[in-house]
Structures are given as C-alpha cells and as structure tokens.
Design a protein around this ligand. Sequence first.
Ligand code: 26Q
Length: 849
Amino acid sequence: MSTSIEHQQVEEEAQFLAKKVHHFLMTILGRLPEQAHPIELFQALSYALREKVIANWIATTRTIHESQARRVYYLSMEYLPGRMLLQNVSNLHAHHMMKRVAHLCNYDYRSIAELEPDLGLGNGGLGRLASCLMESLATQRYPAMGYGLRYQYGIFEQQLWDGVQMETPDCWLLHANPWGLRHDHSAQTIKLAGKTKEALNAQGEHILHLTDYEMVRAIAFDFPIIGFSKKADYNVNTLRLWSTKESPRNFQLQRYNAGQIGAAAENTTLTDVLYPNDDNDMGKRTRLKQEFLLVSASLQDIIERHFHIYQEIRSFADKVRIQINDTHPTLVVAELTRILMTHYDYTLDEAWEVTSEVVSYTNHTILPEALEEWNQERLRTLLPRQHRIIELINDRFLKKVPTAEKKESLSIIHNGQVRMAHLAIIGSHKVNGVAKLHGKILQEQTFKDFLPLYPDKFTYVTNGVTQRHWLWQSNPMLSEFITELIGDKWVTDFSEIKKLANFASDPAIQTKFLAVKQKNKERLVRFIDTHCFLHDAAGRSKVDKTPIALDSLFDVQIKRIHEYKRQLMSALHVIMLYFDLLENPKSRLIKRTVIVAGKAAAGYHTAKAIIHLIYLLGRKINHDARIGDRLKVIFLENYSVTKAEHIIPAAELSTQISTAGMEASGTGNMKLTMNGALTIGTEDGANIEMREAVGDKYWPFSFGAHVEELHKLEQENSYHPKELYLQEPKIKQAVDALTDGTFTESSAELASMQHLTESLLTGSGGQKADRYFMLYDLMAYYKMQQKVELLYTDSHKWAEFSLYNMAGMSTFSSDVSVKKYAEDIWQIKPYPVDPEILREVTESYKQTC
Ligand code: 26Q
C-alpha cells in the first residue's frame, strides 16, 4: 500500500522527469513536444530515465574502485537483453511513475515503450543466460562487468514465406538507442596479422614483436545494468560492448585506392553482424577476428583499469576474475599470457600461473559438431603472436601427459586444427557444465581424459533465469497473485516461492490461478491477432485467421530449431492426433493448440524443413472442417525475447523433449515452469533437477529413453529406425503422411518433406538414420500426451500441479547460479553502493539541474 507521502514523491518526480523529456525533445532531438514522433518520445523518455540512474552508476563504479574489490569480468560474444526501457523501469520500480510521466506528455507509456526494438545480440540460450546472469549480478550487488560486441545487426528477423524461412536484417539501430553510452575515450586498438620479429624480454624469455600489422580500433558503448531495488540505493553495473563501426580510422584507404572496396571496409564492418549459428560455423575468418577483437579490447581495458586502481600488475591474479561464456573468447588464455610476458616481463611459467588462476570456462554444449576448432594456418596468419603462445602452452602441457595415445587425445593442436575447448580447459582454473547431467557427461565422456590431470577442475553450475524479468516484469497478473499469497520477498529471494505449496491444494486459490492463466491466454491470442503475421510466397504479409479456442490446452515449444531438440517429433505427434481425430472426433479428451516458435540457422536445411512441415500442418489442419477447434497448429514468426514475454505467461504445457544427453541445460524450461506450465519432458539437462525439485508426484509427464540406454544403442549399433517404422502402424502412418500428399501441394514442398523422411529412415548427408532417436521415443511421447489430456480434463487438479511446480522452482533463479559462481569459482563478495559516495555523486548531479 502506498502512502500519500509516497504518492506525493512519485508525482513530484514524474513532474521533474516530464520536464526533462521536454528538455531532451528540444535539445537533443530538435523537436517541440507536439511535433515529436512517438519513437522520439521513447528516446526522450529513455534519456530522462538514464539521467536518473547515472549517479548510482558512477557511485557503484567508484565504490568498487575505492574498496579495491576483486571483480569478475564476463566475456561473451552474445547478449539477449530484449528491450532496455521496460527492463530498466521494472528494476527501478518506476512503472507507475513512468506511466504518469508519459501521461503528462500526452502519451500512453506502454505503447511508447513497445516501440523499442529488442536488443537481439545473441542466438538463443547462451546469450539470454548471459543477460540473466548480468541482471542477477547487479541485483545482488556483485562487482562485475560484462564485455561483448555491439553488432550493428543482431539475430536476423525471421519471416515465413509460404512456410519457408527467409532472413532479413535486424536493424535495431535504425533509431539511436539511448541506453548505450558511447565512450570514445575508452577506445582500444587491436593488432592483427603482420610479420613477427624474435626478441627477448627482461627475463630472457622469447617473445615476438609485430610489424606491418593491421590495426582495428574498437569504441566502447556502455549499457547500464540496473540492479533491482525498491529504494534509491541500487547498484548499477556496466555492460561494455565494442564497436568498430564508428571509428573512421578503420577504413583502409590504400586498399580502397587500389580498387578493393570490400577489403577496404573489412575492419570498419567487423562488428556488423552477429553470426547467426548456434552451433559451430567453422572456419570463418571474420568470426575469428570478432572473437579476437572481443578478447584483445577487453583485456587491454581490464589491464588499464587495474593499473588505474593499483598502479602495478602483480596483484592482477588477486583482483581479477575472467569468466568465458563457452569457448568463443578462449583466445583470452593466449593473449593474457602473451601480454604478461611481452609487456610485463613475466616468464612463461609466471604468466601461465596468473592466467590459469584468473580465467574460468563455462561449456554449453557437448554436440561434437559444436565444439569450436580453428585451422592452425588461419590462426597463424591472423594472430601469429597468439599462435606462438598456443604452441608454447601446448608443448608445456604435453610434457605432463604420460602416453603418446593420451597426448594425441588431449593436445590443443590436432591434425592442423586448434581445439578451443582444450585450450580453455588447460588455461582455466575451473571448467563448468550448466546442469548436473551435463557436468557429468563432460567429466565422464567429452573431456574424460583430462580428469586424471585435473581432478578438481571440473564442476557444474545449474543455469537459472531471473524471476524479475520472467515473472515480475513479464507476467504482472501472476506476480500479483503470488504476492497476495506470500508477499513480495520472492522478487529478490526466490526461495520464498516455496511458500506457494501451502496454497496449492486450496480450491479457491486454484480458481484464482486458473483465472490468471485464462487472462494471459486471452492476452496472447490478442497479441497473435494484432502482431503475428505470416507471409505469402511473394513475401506479402497475410493475416492468418486461425481462431484459437480459449478453452484449449496451450501446448508450447519455443526454442531454436534443432534436430536434437526434436521439434520434428512433436510435429509427428500432431500428425498422429490429426489421424486420431479424423478417425474418431471423440478420440481426444481435450482441445489442443500447439504453438511453436524458433529460428533456424540460415544454412541448416533440415531445421528449415522442420519449420516448413509445421507450417504445412497448420495450413491443412487449422482449416479442416472435420477437425474444428479440437486441434490447431500455430507457428509464430520471429521468436525473440519480446515474443517469449507474451507466450510464456499463457503456456500450459511446456514441451522439453530433447534427446537425452543432448540439451546441456535449457532455460526456457525454467521460465515456463515458473509461469505455471507443466512439463512434458525427457530426462535431459536441467529437466532432471527440476523434476527432483518439484517431486515425481507433481512432475507426471517425464518420458523417453534415458541417456544410458541411448548410449548402449549407439555403442552396439543396434538402433534401426526403419524396423520401428515398419512394426508400429501409427509411426508408419505419421511418417508416410509427410510425403503422401496429405499436407504438401507442390513439388518443392514434397522435396522438403522427403528430406525429413530420409533423415528419419535412411539417414542423409552421411548421417545415421534418426540419429536423435525420434522414432524411438515417439510412442512413449504419444502415450504420455494421453496422460496430459486426462489431467487437463480436471482443471483444478491441473492448477494444483501447476502451483506445486512453481513452488519447486526456488533454485532455478539465476540469483542462485550467480551465488554459486561467486562463491565456488570467483570468490567474490557483494559490494553495495557506498551511501556516502552515492550522496556525493548525487549532490554533484543536482548541481547540473
Ligand atoms: C561458435 C562458433 C562459430 C559460430 C557460432 C558458434 C556458436 C554460437 C552460439 C556456438 C554455440 C552457440 C550457442 C549455444 C547455446 O546457446 N547453448 C545453449 O546454452 C544454454 C545456456 O547454458 C543451455 O541452456 C542450452 O541447453 C544450450 O543449448
């Protein structure tokens, strides 16, 4: 309950900010308020709010400097924060105030805030995890800073043209984004290619100097990461993103004069595009340059800051921790070692000791094709000095490896390729998986030969998501429901959510929960009607008038499209339901709306064919009068953080059906469960820990082969999908329907479906048939879905299960993950912004008003 004094304060601040908005419209955007375009109002609102947080931002930085705290630097090629204004307003607890400000400016706050494009500087799970961790670090007041790249074009926008995925550029910078502060004075210069010259450092160790090199200048854009607080004492951390775009020096005039326009611009365009693959896209030169740019610019920056605070280098290993988000920034291992030897006269042994104490590595994948490797010659040409260090490190390491066989399996350099994971493991103090099973697989399989050498290095930190973004901000109705029952402590202490269990069996509470879910379903349907379009074969947007039954089960699968995530298996299940309904309209107990969203990597043909199939299913089934509203299939274009914010609150069934052992963790699974969905899922990734936390009784839809069983099949080479297909009529009927004209209308469509059939029955592109065991698990999935239907017929039981599931999510907050990293890997402590420093900085700011 807000008091009238609080009300008065909000009103005063709103008046003040409205004035600021007016000020920025005129002085920065050159507009009178009545002339301003809504997007300009978004910008002016953001400038005004940005000003409000500057004092805390400066004061947080000063607090960390003055206390000489050990700090963690998070290096990631990807971040997926979504919209900044909504996130920042939410963490500042300033929603009501901003509504009032917008109102004073004669605008509607939400419609203004929704004009901001998503910051989509990542592909999927790994990028979104980075953003959740950054938010939790700031809220828990840890001294932390993120580094990344400011891609001009983030993850492509996806359109479906007659069911075929098309990619268009993501122009998020069409209008200036006020949240990234350009810091020209924090630029760094990166040196690439060139010739090397042997030299000795003061300790007599061999080092290399570089001549005739290329230079690239990276400029810093700083984004505030605002910690959640209800008071004015919040910490603000920095996310620093590098850009080569804005530095005129990067243009290589000599090349231009020689007629090579493309080559001349190569370095200005280095940070132009995010690589839109979520598994390894091997061998791309620009990608390697991007990775080195992140590493080199960030390291120089980190070392400069260290000197600024300590005026010496020897305390570096004590004061600095660097966490690398997958292997993408692994060159940090070589580059830090090189810098210490070249510029600070460390011996290789000394430099190596510092490096491996400072760096830690998080692995996010065990798919063999996703493990990063670079061609040795390419690396040598582009980064000759770093290449030399890698050779030195490798030689030094191999001396410790006993047998020739083990040397071969562990060597960083192997068959002319540099294995980045090996470099990262050898150069790190800790290596972590992102869920318990994933950690186990890393130790026992993927990297098992390292274990005897480094028995204490491997660990796991189960992923988490921030409840502030994925509940408090994006599901206000459910948040209010929760807060009414257990108070609002859960927003910053998610262990509180356990208390929901006390209410799960109360029919009145269940009724309320169901009402919230229903409203969120209505909200999603409105959103789909107004914001979600498909395109015809010529790319013209068309409105798909599929009526969605609000009393149908909302069955949701939202994630990147990948064979191992088995969207194809759920499509086959839809086909089975379709045939069941045609045969007997009463065969299904409930209505079902299957909602699928996700992007396929541009060159991943099978993934694109899977999208095509889901589209074809919708085209046929949604308009089949015999089916009516019993079954609908909706593919939502252009999945993004913002789309997720609309879909997740409305979801009832969370589909998490990856092949056991393949999904490192998953994080969408956690978001959906927190929002009251029940999971139909395999024993994979974090699903397993979620089941354990909720308890088997309330986690009734676990199905499918376990990882051990699949391993056995693989080892014995005894899986023959064709046999299953011939034995089980339902499987045969579903697979046959892909290519028998039930869903296809053209030869192109048929060809795309034939590709899928082939991948299932005979294998394509040199791969084994059905290498992700879809047909193996399909019948179990089908039967489990019958159990889902049965439970859904009892809405109160369903609600009870939902509430128990939510109550079980306490450890899947990224607050918990961050705490584990902080204590077990980084050994850092929280540093709340110093009140005295904050007061001083605020005073100084006030003098500017
Ligand atoms: C590497 C080299 C060249 C080009 C691209 C890449 C690349 C880019 C992105 C490789 C992998 C990725 C992304 C991987 C990813 O998102 N993994 C997911 O990480 C989540 C957070 O830990 C987990 O929850 C998911 O299980 C995992 O799939």
